[in-house]
Write a protein that binds this ligand. Structure first.
Ligand code: APR
Length: 238
């Protein structure tokens, strides 16, 4: 029996596309008609908090409709996690909860979560399934307003220490449904290669940093991710 590999998976918006959530860079760089600078920076929040709340509330409502559900690619990653147990790490840039709803257990949401809000003073997070306007008094300090629990451009992504460690120990690094435009996530493939991991991209089309990968598989996530997981399970008798 082969020793099971240590697998690190990075997912991006493309894995949720077939669940009905729009990706970021397929609409002239506009997110639902807004530029990044208008809605996803600390400066935007300071300038026009109502617009920022409204933007994330719309996305939150979209996520909680009955039509948006995990797809076969999210489910295949659950199968892989169950087969590999603690030799598996799932890092996502996505702020949706589709990995959780599919059944993934340990998920590093490096860009935060849509269904969570954060106290601007203490950084404590709260579940937030409904629309909110920031006027709700924060339960932890009774004064401050809450902000979306999203890592905006110019802010430090979360879990970077755990991510670096897991990538340093990886045998296989998979990037799924991400365009490779936003750092530091876009640079993880370089760290993984430096650690000797086999690096494989699974995306609709070759990404911006496709040339850094050992193998690139193109197609819809709902087809190529389950097929790839089956391949790994067979190859390693998992
Ligand atoms: N199957 C697989 N890949 C797909 C599919 C699909 N059905 N549909 C689209 N894709 C691919 C696109 O070809 C593209 O390369 O998914 C990728 C999505 O890229 P982006 O929209 O740039 O999303 P992502 O890489 O996750 O963005 C990174 O940027 O805007 C910020 O914080 C935001 O987390 C986000 C980060």
């Amino acid at each position: 029996m082969n020793t099971p590999p240590r697998v690190v998976v990075l997912t991006g918006a493309g894995i949720s596309a077939e669940s009905g959530l729009k990706t970021f860079r397929d609409n002239n760089g506009l997110w639902e008609e807004h530029s990044v600078e208008d809605v996803a920076t600390p400066e935007a929040f300071a300038r026009n908090p109502e617009l920022v709340y409204r933007f994330y509330n719309e996305r939150r409502m979209q996520l909680t409709t009955d039509c948006v559900n995990p797809n076969a690619a999210h489910e295949a990653l659950v199968t892989l996690e169950r087969a590999l147990k603690d030799r598996f790490t799932l890092i996502t840039q996505n702020v949706d909860d589709l990995h959780e709803r599919a059944g993934s257990e340990r998920i590093l949401h490096m860009h935060g979560k849509l269904l969570s809000s954060r106290c601007v003073t203490t950084n404590k997070t709260f579940e937030c399934k409904i629309a909110f306007d920031g006027q709700t008094v924060c339960a932890c300090c009774n004064t401050a307003t809450l902000r979306p629990d999203i890592v905006w451009f110019g802010e430090m992504p979360l879990y970077m220490e755990e991510i670096s460690q897991d990538i340093a120990n990886a045998d296989i690094f998979l990037a799924i449904g991400t365009s490779g435009n936003v750092y530091p996530a876009a640079g993880f493939v370089i760290n993984a290669k430096d650690s000797g991991a086999q690096c494989i991209e699974l995306n609709l089309e070759p990404s911006a940093n496709n040339w850094l990968f050992d193998e690139s598989i193109s197609g819809n996530a709902t087809e190529i991710v389950p097929a790839f997981v089956t391949r790994l399970i067979k190859e390693y008798y998992l």
